[in-house]
Design a protein around this ligand. Structure first.
Ligand code: APR
Length: 235
């Protein structure tokens, strides 16, 4: 399936697109939320209760994300973005930087492991190494740096921009996400209401409101999808 040449495509990705690079997903067998309780590491209350434990959880994920490589799916989306330019909005729920290292610019609605947020002044700082407990903010001097990741109960980023794009999309594609967490889980319905075709590319069908579902490994089905869109666009 391909969008009408000139139509706007919105793509949403989740942890499944980074699985073959070696990063864990959340809800698959053995996933991150089966190894650690999200209530202990991914809420503001968890951070208030035990900041060192939360920092350590994200330090481990940042180190892991920095040690793996983008896979063919990330590279294909980079190629698609170069071909479509503003005709594509790539939104990710992921906090790794594999889209960027795969050559794409992604809208990170759940933040990024590679940024530190000052809980005191709201400043953001690129961050590559471990975040210690009570790390000093260079902007305000307060010892208040936390992971720049959206926790459960916090507002995802860039929602107005994403909803605007969903309102004019001709094609919405969901890649590597279980569609369990809102607001991302509602994007397919929003796009469909605006008249877009909806496509799911995932290891398994999630039962969401998709006109078409292609199951398989992202590293295989995403490059095939991208090739079909670029071919239709070139006509
Ligand atoms: N190729 C394609 N899809 C895959 C692959 C793969 N190699 N491996 C796993 N998947 C699919 C799984 O079938 C599943 O549907 O990726 C999806 C991953 O779902 P989740 O683990 O729930 O991850 P995600 O949907 O990104 O979670 C959304 O929940 O915990 C929060 O903030 C966190 O951003 C995350 C959000």
């Amino acid at each position: 399936m391909a969008a009408q040449p000139g139509g706007m495509i919105v793509i949403l990705t989740g942890a499944g697109i980074s699985a073959e690079s070696g990063l864990g997903t959340f809800r698959d067998l053995g996933g991150i939320w089966q190894q650690v309780r999200l209530e202990e590491v991914a809420t503001p209350e968890a951070f208030a209760r035990d900041p060192a434990y939360v920092q350590q959880f994200y330090n481990a994920r940042r180190a892991q994300a920095g040690a793996v490589e983008p896979n063919a799916a990330h590279l294909a989306l980079g190629e698609l973005q170069r071909a479509l330019g503003d005709g594509l909005m790539l939104v990710t729920q992921n906090v790794d930087d594999l889209h960027e290292r795969g050559g794409a610019k992604a809208v990170h609605m759940h933040g990024s492991l590679f940024s530190a947020l000052c809980a005191a002044c709201g400043a953001r700082h690129p961050w590559a190494g471990d975040l210690g407990n009570g790390e000093m903010c260079a902007a305000c001097g307060q010892p208040a740096l936390r992971p720049d990741v959206v926790w459960f109960g916090e507002m995802p980023h860039h929602m107005a921009e994403i909803e605007e794009a969903l309102g004019v999309a001709t094609l919405f594609v969901s890649i590597g996400t279980s569609g369990q967490v809102y607001p991302a889980a509602g994007f397919a319905q929003l796009a469909r209401k605006a008249g877009a075709e909806t496509l799911e590319l995932n290891l398994e069908a999630t039962g969401g409101p998709f006109d078409r579902v292609e199951t398989g490994l992202a590293s295989e089905i995403v490059p095939t999808f991208v090739a079909s869109v670029i071919k239709a666009h070139a006509r």
